[in-house]
Design a protein around this ligand. Structure first.
Ligand code: MG
Ligand code: ZN
Length: 214
């Protein structure tokens, strides 16, 4: 019983901070998105392809969440995009407080879209509101067809699902259409994109989606 109460308190404290972050984003006119997905699904690669595709007029800033290392922040920096790395030192998700602190280190007066790349994990990032206005889940074809049904909360509250690595479809025993149908069964309002961060296929459609949310 005590355990349940503690978790409840943590989540409600997190919600208050998330609302504060959300008000901040609204005041500044920033679209904040929470980018989630398994380790290796291609979250950072999606960002690289997005910047490569010539996001052009869009001014991005990025928060990178990982247990350790600054590998992903370094990848983002190559594109001249302002980035802050958060290391959770064992923590398996970002929370609103970590994001709130990272905001102070970003040039947000000159930002249209803030991407918060969460720790690679299909479980608890779904429970922690960061103050974002959209949630994006990256899923790769190599993860198998059943992940959406096994980790439904991640997809239920997402605005967009990006199925990555479609260039590998001929080598994987999965159907992209079946994955899409399952995703839409769990969340009928989900926008679904198929991309390859290797070939660049589908990146423009996702970029259009992002632009339309501004
Ligand atoms: Mg990453
Ligand atoms: Zn966690």
């Amino acid at each position: 019983m005590t355990k349940i109460k503690v978790i409840k308190n943590i989540l409600s404290a997190n919600k208050n901070t998330a609302d504060k972050n959300r008000r901040f984003f609204r005041e500044k006119g920033i679209l904040a998105v929470n980018l989630m997905g398994s380790p290796g699904s291609g979250k950072t690669s999606l960002l690289e392809k997005t910047f490569e595709a010539g996001a052009g007029d869009l001014r991005f800033a990025v928060i990178e969440g990982d247990l350790a290392t600054s590998h992903d922040a370094k990848r983002i920096k190559r594109f001249g995009v302002p980035v802050v790395q958060i290391n959770t030192h064992g923590g398996c998700h970002l929370d609103a407080n970590m994001v709130g602190r990272a905001l102070k280190e970003l040039p947000l007066a000159h930002t249209d879209i803030l991407v918060i790349e969460n720790v690679g994990n299909l479980v608890c990032p779904a429970d922690f509101d960061l103050g974002e206005s959209k949630r994006i889940v990256v899923l790769s074809v190599t993860e198998g067809e059943d992940k959406i049904e096994k980790y439904p909360f991640m997809f239920k509250f997402a605005g967009c699902c990006i199925l990555n690595k479609i260039d590998l479809l001929p080598y994987c025993n999965v159907s992209d259409e079946r994955i899409k149908r399952t995703a839409l069964k769990i969340n009928k309002d989900l926008d679904f994109f198929k991309v390859s961060c290797k070939t660049g296929e589908g990146i423009n459609r996702w970029l259009e989606w992002l632009r339309a949310k501004l």
